[in-house]
Design a protein around this ligand. Sequence first.
Ligand code: ADP
Ligand code: ZN
Ligand code: ZN
Length: 746
Amino acid sequence: MNKLYADIIIDISHEKLDKSFQYEIPSALESEVTIGSRVEVSFGKGEGRKITGYVVNISEKPNWDPAKIKPILRVSKDANAIEDQLIALAAWMKSHYGGTMNQALKTVLPIKKKENVLKKKEVTLILDDKKANDVYVDLVARKNHSVGKERLLKALMEDRQIPWDAVTKKLNVPTSVIRDFEKSGYVRITEKREFRKPTDKIEGNWTKHHLNSMQQGVVDTFVNDYNQGIRKPYLLYGVTGSGKTEVYLEMIDHVLKEGKQVIVLIPEISLTYQTLVRFYRRFGDVVSIMNSRLSPGERFDQFERAKNGDIQIMIGPRSALFTPFPNLGLIVMDEEHDDSYKSEQIPRYHARETAVQRAAMANAPIVLGSATPSVESFTRAKSGEYTMLSMPSRVENRPLPECEIVDLRQELMNGNRSILSMSLQQEMEKRLQNHEQAMLFINRRGLMGFVSCRACGHVVKCPHCDVSLSLHKNGKLTCHYCGYETEKPAVCPECGSKYIGGFRAGTEKIEEIVKERFPGVRTLRMDADTTKGKNSHQDILNAFSNGEADVLIGTQMIVKGHDFPGVTLMGILAADMSLNVSDYRCAERTFQMITQAAGRAGRGDMPGRVIIQTYQPDHYSITSAAAQDYEEFYKMESTYRNLMNYPPYCHMLSIQITSEMEPEADGKAKMLAEFIRSLGVKVMIFGPQDAGIAKMKDIYRKVIYLRHTEYDLLVEIKDKIESLLLENNRYRNAHVSFDFNPMNGF
Ligand code: ADP
Ligand code: ZN
Ligand code: ZN
């Protein structure tokens, strides 16, 4: 048998990750050493010194003279160190999602940057009051005495400790004077590491809600399991407004009392001040948050605080999953269905699966919460893999909003060409008269260039895949899944109308229309453009919450998790736009979006009303969302997925090939497809074909899709491709990457 060699990193600070050293794996250790193992090696010349390192790669190829490669001494087994846990998680991510171990480590380990460390220096008087006074009298009595010394000593006699900055800037005392005082033994200079804290400005108190029996039942199940040592994943399926957050708070409270730490994952977009305040008021200073607006330094500080035990709860988007809590006791993932949990950077991990994995490794439970669970999670909960916890009604029995579906084809037939249906206009009129608020939601996902008929709503679809075709710049319609291509029709193939084309409408356009229709109306807009500034997102929400506008017009951003008691009307302008995206998940996304949007209306004392405008009033994602009936939706959707071999019934691997030179990308894609076929495994292979976006920034993109019921089989194929690429140099100008169960077209 061939000898095996391991690449080992001996320093896991971020900037050193790319530097690895090769060691031989002695045959006695072969079964023990895996990627991610912590090992002991001798480092340096001759005998060297013994140090620990981590295995990042294993191969049969020595990088230089095998006689000079030292052996691994032993494998360490202390799995309690938090670094070890995170590195083991990175190894799992590498094997589960592809990419290199370094890429996985960089995702998991915090960025360490020395210059970002904040230090606070202080000057402290160490003389007692009497002695200080003597020195002062003595000093002032001197001729030509230093005014700086006089000022500093006087100030120190009032406040014994003064920050260095205040001494040099406010008191304007030169540093030489401070040093002089230090030498004379008057003062001590201390340095304290200061951590940035994002929760500094929160005030107010927590008011306890008495949990209703439904909430209490869920908490009891969790707590009983916990006390019996049961650690597993739960799906908390609760309608919008059922009080999921209160339930999380109780669960967290229980785990904290056991001396453990908690990670709360929230989609970045719904991580608002409101959410933070709810957690902070309940748990105080042990809470911290992370978001993409924190600088790397601030982020590093957060992680240090977590490691030191200064904080016990970390709230944040998917990257908060890697908080180095040494004693993790619970992971909560709110809005578990959200797309933002999937990373688009290599490794393209899904935070939900990775969180389930981290929880299992830490022997901690995980609670996935949603009003519209992902088909994946709901399927797992039904099969018993996750435990289902459900909350089917709103707190205080507030009614779910009343939904009306408006058929836009009918509107056009009735001569209304406005994007606001008659029904929506009437309802808006009423709100304006009653000084209530309305929200208009534009489903921007649909702005991706599908082609539909304005007369009958027909959407041009691929005959092989049941996804809509995308209009490319060259005027052709293409299927992102199988590569099918056809000319854009001049008239609707269904009804012959010439009103067929791409559908586009932005918030600005809608605002114009609303202002024209309702002169004097006060509007606010919220979309990617209006929320570029650091706090603009929150400013708009606050302004609307304070009643500074009658109508809030926005994209996805307005539907996530905000609580506006004054809103009694939600208009969903083109609900089915997202149905026409070429993606097998489009019905799920549409259902989620409408349900979440509808959930925004009627959260206060006044009942809410929702108007769903659509060209496809009969589509199950629309009708079941209007009825707020998740289970009906799930029934239809899972049948469809099952029938079409889509996840979760089949797993998908997208192999993406990119190159600046088209023949390279093309050649490599064909070579890989042939290689996969030669493996003789029964896997469904689609392609190679142009990617949905065939060229991006002058890079050509090809893709091969594989589908199989066994995830591990796809991982095996991925591993074989990775080995092939190491040996085979053909088409070396083309780059290959992997995306398992992709969430977005490529
Ligand atoms: P969800 O996350 O399920 O949509 P929230 O946790 O945001 O629901 O709760 C909705 C609203 O109901 C919030 O304003 C919350 O303060 C309130 N609430 C939650 N639980 C209770 C309760 N037991 N009694 C009264 N109000 C509650
Ligand atoms: Zn038509
Ligand atoms: Zn197709």
